[in-house]
Write a protein that binds this ligand. Sequence first.
Ligand code: IMP
Ligand code: MG
Length: 179
Amino acid sequence: MELVDRIIISEEDIQRRVRELGAAISQDYAGKTITLLCVLKGGLMFLCDLAKHITVPVAYDFMSVSSYGDATESSGVVRIVKDLEESIEGKHVLIVEDIIDTGLTLSYLVNNLHSRNPASLRICTLLNKPSNRRVDIPIDYVGFEVPNEFLVGYGLDFKQLYRNIPFIFVPRKEFIQEA
Ligand code: IMP
Ligand code: MG
């Protein structure tokens, strides 16, 4: 059955914006080394593309937090499924996220990471859904503002699938209901 209802952001538009973000980050962090903190699994595709366009030295680390389960709405319950491997004390940490929706996941994460004393802590998200925000968090880099709809592709999943699709789309209602 046809999965895609509407394409919201094309592959070309994502790649263009990712290049711009990489250039801005490279400029802002000139002379520094960045630890890109990828929030799994949604941030993975974005991290890989973004990192190619950053010209200062970059290290990766990965964290996995869960707030959604398989539902399409945030539960507000955040749990660390996988923690960082390295200490971030004294490091310039840039969190790389796929999407900020209610902000609950990230606000928990930011509080947790601040207590580990990084030299700096900033947030880069590909997508921002401001209309659904429940806690205020300062975002340093945003790829695109998106409407309050359930989106899939380029890191975003529906029941853990379709993260690999290179564009971002609204799935067909019939598809979601039958799955
Ligand atoms: P928040 O805690 O509500 O900000 O949710 C953040 C997480 O929920 C994101 O990192 C995504 O994994 C997931 N999420 C939020 N909106 C969507 C969506 O439209 N499609 C798929 N996953 C989403
Ligand atoms: Mg995520």
